[in-house]
Ligand binder design. Structure first.
Ligand SMILES: [Zn+2]
Ligand SMILES: [Zn+2]
Length: 421
């Protein structure tokens, strides 16, 4: 001990001591959990004051003083009887003043914890990572008991021509031991899957586009996005926004975290709500003449006749008005409209060839339908084209001929609600 230290009075020593503790705790706070509540034993510890640290272990304060003098035999001043003042004692007096020793409880560090700096600052145990301080009266180090939840809506529209194509969700991590967010940040992993054949895409395969999470395109079932949740000031939540792809179908957002005991999953249907199959009518045909084959059905998309209710009403009127026109004008064999593709059951991109791309762009929201106008049975005869277009226009329906001159592909593309999609 040097002269400066001997000059330090009792309050001074205590101040040094607490400053030392504060420094040690703050240095280690990020990597360790401070663990101050420990059972005491009958073993005494005597701190050797001063910035160099160190301690003397003894069974009582008299022995501590003797040991102290044994270590510093050239300082006989300290051989005087010690004075008990609660948890602190003086071993004796020096010319400069009292020297105080402090009793510490010897820590018995619980399982999964480590005593900090055993030679110097006895009295402190720190939980080993990833263990954290338990919330019970009996001190213990416990494993994080984290759980994760995922909240948010379950339906969103396919991205093309929609303003509600983003679905916000919230991932929240809570420590079940405390009911609070984790005190140290944990990594949340979010993945996005899609049911390949959902949404009416019977050709479903692994190349199917599945949208993105928080702007990151998710192309496999693996983790797509990682987020950090928890830590000081954290609410324990993170935003997980799913941006829908063009094709409809059932998607699953999954979130888990390091230390979480569960996985949170959320099914999201990408769909245009309210579509239904086209109702039967005597004024139009949904199946091929003399057959049970649905017009326009393919291996890729078996169901192609889904429509919105307002468009259904227009379609009924159109079929009836066109038929009535033919009767009034004594057409010998009136033509029933032969209806090809409308929309898939949940709308969205109608990729005719089953490759997740291609045209048929407006057949997405159940408001358009193709009507046969080629050389196949049931087609509108070319001589009636202009009348047909007029009848449609009178109902506020936009009819325009596509693939003009093509013997197979020529058809009327009908915007039943007179709206581009
Ligand atoms: Zn498809
Ligand atoms: Zn069309």
């Amino acid at each position: 001990m040097d002269a400066l230290m001997l000059n330090c009075q009792m309050k001074c020593w205590r101040r040094i001591f607490f400053v030392m503790i504060a420094a040690l705790v703050s240095l280690n706070a990020s990597a360790w959990t401070y663990y101050p509540f420990l059972p005491k034993t009958n073993v005494y510890h005597v701190l050797e004051w001063g910035g160099n640290g160190g301690s003397i272990e003894a069974s009582n304060h008299f022995e501590a003083c003797n040991l102290f003098n044994a270590i510093f035999p050239d300082k006989p001043d300290y051989r005087e009887p010690a004075v008990h003042t609660g948890a602190q004692w003086t071993c004796g007096k020096s010319a400069a003043g009292n020297v105080v020793i402090v009793q510490f409880a010897k820590p018995i560090c619980p399982a999964h914890s480590t005593q900090l700096n055993p030679g110097t600052m006895k009295g402190f145990c720190f939980c080993d990572q990833p263990y954290i301080l338990g919330n019970n009266a009996i001190a213990s180090c416990i494993l994080n008991n984290l759980t994760i939840t995922l909240t948010g809506n379950t339906e969103v529209e396919p991205s093309s021509n929609s303003s509600i194509k983003a679905l916000p969700a919230i991932a929240t991590v809570l420590d079940q031991n405390t009911g609070q967010p984790p005190t140290t940040p944990v990594t949340v992993k979010v993945s996005l899957k899609v049911d390949p054949t959902s949404g009416g895409h019977d050709h479903g395969d692994s190349t199917r586009p599945r949208g993105d999470i928080n702007g990151t395109k998710c192309e496999t079932d693996d983790t797509c996005v990682t987020l950090s949740v928890g830590g000081p000031e954290s609410s324990g939540s993170a935003s997980v926004t799913f941006n829908a792809p063009e094709a409809s179908g059932t998607h699953t957002i999954t979130a888990t975290c390091d230390g979480c005991s569960n996985t949170a999953s959320k099914a999201v249907d990408v769909k245009v709500a309210g579509l239904a199959t086209i109702s039967d009518s005597v004024y139009y045909a949904l199946i091929e003449d003399g057959s049970t084959t649905v017009i326009g059905t393919t291996e890729e998309h078996a169901s192609n006749h889904y429509i919105a209710s307002a468009a259904q009403l227009k379609l009924w009127e159109l079929g009836e008005d066109f038929y009535s026109f033919q009767i009034r004008n004594s057409v010998p064999t009136p033509t029933l409209l032969h209806l090809n593709d409308a929309s898939l059951k949940w709308g969205g991109k109608f990729d005719i060839k089953g490759r997740w791309r291609g045209d048929h762009q407006e057949h997405m929201r159940g408001t358009v339908i193709d009507v046969r106008a080629n050389s196949s049975p049931g087609a509108i005869p070319p001589g009636l084209f202009e009348h047909y277009i007029d009848i449609a226009a009178n109902l506020g329906i936009d009819a325009h001929l596509e693939y003009i001159g093509h013997p197979v592909k020529q058809h009327f593309h009908m915007r039943l609600l007179n709206r581009r999609e």
